[in-house]
Design a protein around this ligand. Structure first.
Ligand code: DX5
Ligand code: ZN
Length: 223
């Protein structure tokens, strides 16, 4: 069956002093989405970028910006990321006591709303929230850093989530993030993932344009 598989390079592994050029390279390679990791040093043990960077990036690229909020109480900031230009904003189920309200606020502000689950968070925790999200992001590493190893049980997890979505006849897409490279991308797409985040497998390479192309080629049988 033909599906849309989107490659979403994560700028976390890019050279931040040359961000404009790095983004142009992945655009040429056929990236569909730009993944931006927002970390607060509280929900995750690392600090990255915030609203001003998303705002500048939104002006610098035509790619839709996917803001992955790894922050505590994301409901306090989610709408501001939409206002800054993000077309997709995701929040962690573990970080928000008011998931329904935050997802609704993202949609009302005009972006796609995503819900994220950590490696040890069961798919069952989405039982109620699933219908409120446009996409689910399955973390295949513990959030916080680029360049970690893919957790292999994530493949079965994506498969179970795909079955749960199909059961309910929902249009929800599945995104996967962490440790994806040209060696495992086919397995996660086969399991049901459609938005594929890759940081070090793109910007950790000497030729990010070619790296995106290689990832796309590895999924060619599905598109
Ligand atoms: C990790 C981030 C990822 C990270 C992925 O917390 O959410 O988006 O950039 O990096 P790689 O692809 O190197 O695992
Ligand atoms: Zn991410």
């Amino acid at each position: 069956m033909s599906r849309t598989i989107d490659i979403a390079p994560s700028i976390l592994s890019a050279d931040f002093s040359r961000l404009g050029e790095e983004i142009e390279a992945v655009e040429r390679g056929g990236a569909a989405i730009l993944h931006v990791d927002v970390m607060d040093g509280h929900f995750v043990p690392n600090i990255t970028v915030g609203l001003p960077v998303v705002k500048s990036l939104a002006r610098a690229t035509n790619l839709p910006i996917d803001a992955h909020l790894m922050i505590s109480e994301p409901g306090r900031y989610a709408e501001q990321f939409v206002a800054a230009g993000a077309k997709m904003v995701s929040i962690h189920v573990e970080a928000d006591a008011h998931v329904h309200r935050t997802l609704a606020s993202i949609k009302a502000a005009g972006a796609q709303a995503g819900i994220v689950i950590n490696p040890a968070t069961p798919v069952g925790s989405l039982e109620e929230a699933l219908a409120f999200a446009d996409y689910v992001l399955v973390m295949s590493v513990n959030p916080g850093f680029g360049g970690q190893s893919f957790i292999p049980t994530s493949i079965e997890k994506v498969r179970r989530l795909r079955a749960m979505i199909a059961d309910r006849k929902l249009p929800t897409r599945i995104e996967i993030d962490g440790g994806i490279d040209s060696g495992n991308i086919a397995a996660v797409v086969d399991a049901g993932a459609e938005i594929i985040v890759a940081g070090s497998a793109v910007f950790g390479k000497s030729d990010p344009e070619a790296a995106v192309r290689e990832l796309r080629e590895a999924t060619i049988q599905w598109v």
